[in-house]
Every structure is written in C-alpha cells, then in structure tokens.
Design a protein around this ligand. Structure first.
Ligand code: PLP
Ligand code: MN
Length: 340
C-alpha cells in the first residue's frame, strides 16, 4: 500500500498534522546508499535523522544553521557536524561554541572576516566556492584569494564546499549532469592546488551524479515533496499533511491546512487523492476542487503532499511517523526555528 495508508493509521489526530510513512522513508534511506552527510534542515527531527544514520554509511550530519548544529550536537546525532552555510550573527556564533562542546564542528566560510568572527570557537572550516548557484562562495576564478584564505585558516582549513543548488531541481537528468560536470571541473582544479581532507556539496537531485565530491549533503530524499517528485529520482513520497474538510459547497471544498501548515513558495500542494485538486491557499485554509458527485464531506480527512519539504516541516512542532505495523510515533521537530 502507498502513502494513502497514513489516512487510516493517523485517524484521531488534530489537524493540520504532518504524517510520515516510515516504510517509504526507509526505502528512500536504502536507495540513497553511501557517501551521504544527510542534511538536518530538511526535517530538523532528531529521531528521523537517527534512522537515516542507522540505515546508511554516513560521514556526518549537515546543518543549515548554527542552531540546528547546536541541537544535533546536543542530541548526540554524530561526532562530525557540518554547518554548510556562513555564520556571522552573535546568536549563531554562540550556538557554534556550544555545539563544539559535543562534536567536531566544521563551518563554511567565504571571507577572512568569517575567520575573525570564529576566533575562540573550536571549529574547522570549509571554504565555500561558487560553482554556479550565485549565492555564497568565492569566485572559482580567483584562485589566489582561495589559496590565501586557506593559508590564513591554517590548521582550521579542512577543505572545500561547492553546492550545485542551481542543478538539483532540473527535471532533465542530462541538464543536471551538465551543471555537475562544470562544478566538478572547478572543484577538481582547486583540489590540485590545495590539500583538502574533504570536498562537500551535492543534494537530492545530484546524489548519484556528483562523484567528484567526498560526500553528498542530501536532505529532501528521505521525505521528498511534490517538487522533487517531478525529477526522475528513485525516491518516493513519504510526507503528507493530514487535513480535515471544514466546508463543502458543490464542487468546492475547503480544508483546515493553509499557509501556516504548508509552504507554498514552490507552488500549491498536491492531493494524494487524484480526484481532488488544490486551487488556493490562505492563512488557515486550502481551497479544493472536487467533482460534483464526490462524497467528500465535512469532517472527512485527506492527505496533501507539500510542494517543498524543508520550509513546511519548519512550521510544525512534530512529525507523526507511522511504522509498517501501524505504530504512530510523535517525533518533535526539535530544531525548528531559532532559540531567539
Ligand atoms: N547543501 C546545501 C548547502 C543546501 O542549501 C541544500 C538545500 O538547499 C542541500 C545541500 C541539499 O538539499 P536537497 O536534499 O533538498 O537537495
Ligand atoms: Mn529545500
């Protein structure tokens, strides 16, 4: 049975609620294979991350924020934690300091200023290289600046990060391959002039293409979402939002999951039932179109697949994770938001 089994298994939950099919998640964990440094930001849920780490040969844990790293380190998820972004705010730096009491912390940098900010914090660094995403990272053509920053980092220099975020969601495999090849050329050239212990990057969409990397920072693969479902990948949908119909009027129905339960920046969620179409989202509601003959009634529950996993889970306090035998765990999204 597919993800629709979650409907019966989670009957009685207050809605909106995020529900997880652990059978599908386990298959995703097995399909991802090795060389993974799973990204905590996808779900921020320690119990789920423990399952990923137990099911694969992982190099460590990736975090997006210093706060996630603090939670991951305190929870003892792994002794090698990478913050795959630059950290420059006082609260984030304080989190890094606390995280470093429990695990080896490595953080991305792209300027000498970051090294000044990290002074007194027991952590190593990866120099981020802009491999085409045009977000953070040094210009790969400026080899002199990259080498100078590595020298300045000294003992702290652990290697490079080159995240090909511009490639991960391209639906055509050949287009992803093209972008990955360009990133590989850049990073392999820099490897030849720097002594790197680690070159890190990659995501769900490039998990098997980025063979130039020592590890892949994939996160979405374990739960997936409606956007990644459009990419030809071996991962299945394992996350849905359980929501209740609160109004029905002809072909229009309304349920109780809106923008406070489902991120919409990648578009509208997808109903698991193909007879239901989501046509709009407001603060507390999703508007649905159903056929006039549909028996969908007030009080019925349905499942919606979020368009984008990471910002959706961040809106929730817990995941309701369903085992093969129907057992439902309530797992806190412990690292949602910041401590502020
Ligand atoms: N690495 C970094 C630095 C990221 O920002 C992301 C996602 O945004 C990822 C890896 C991979 O995420 P995903 O598994 O969603 O492709
Ligand atoms: Mn994402």
């Amino acid at each position: 049975m597919g993800i629709e089994r979650l409907l019966g298994a989670t009957a009685g939950l207050a809605t909106p609620a995020l529900v997880v099919d652990l059978v599908a998640a386990d298959r995703n964990i097995a399909a991802a294979g090795v060389r993974l440094r799973p990204h905590f930001k996808a779900h921020k849920c320690p119990e789920l991350m423990r399952r990923q780490l137990a099911g694969g040969d992982c190099t460590g844990v990736t975090c997006a924020t210093a706060w996630e790293a603090e939670v991951a380190a305190r929870e003892g998820l792994h002794d090698d934690i990478l913050v795959a972004n630059e950290v420059a705010d006082p609260g984030g730096l304080a989190s890094l300091r606390r995280a470093a009491e429990h695990a080896r912390i490595t953080v991305a940098i792209d300027s000498p200023r970051h090294l000044e900010l990290l002074q007194g914090i027991d952590c190593d660094v990866l120099i981020e290289i802009n491999v085409g995403q045009d977000r953070c990272g040094l210009d790969p053509a400026d080899v002199a600046a990259i080498v100078a920053l590595a020298e300045r980092a000294g003992e702290r220099f652990r290697g490079l990060q080159g995240y090909e975020g511009h490639a991960v969601l391209l639906p055509e495999r050949v287009s992803r391959e093209e972008q990955v090849e360009r990133a590989a050329t850049i990073l392999n050239r820099l490897r030849s002039v720097l002594d790197c212990e680690l070159v890190s990057g990659g995501g769900t969409g490039t998990y098997d293409l980025s063979t130039h990397l020592d590890e892949i920072q994939a996160g979405s693969y374990v739960l997936m979402d409606a956007s990644y479902a459009k990419v030809d990948l071996p991962f299945e949908l394992a996350l849905a939002c359980r929501t209740t119909i609160v109004s029905r009027n002809g072909t229009r129905a309304v349920c109780d999951a809106g923008l406070k339960a489902l991120s919409a920046e990648y578009g509208l969620p997808l109903a698991v039932d193909p007879a239901i179409e989501v046509v709009g989202l407001a603060d507390e509601h999703a508007t649905l179109t159903v056929s006039a003959e549909s028996e969908l009634a007030v009080g019925d529950a349905i499942l919606l697949i979020p368009a984008h996993v990471d910002p959706t889970v961040n809106l929730h306090a817990a995941l309701h994770a369903v085992e093969a035998d129907g057992t439902v765990h309530r797992w806190p999204v412990a690292a949602a938001r910041t401590a502020a």
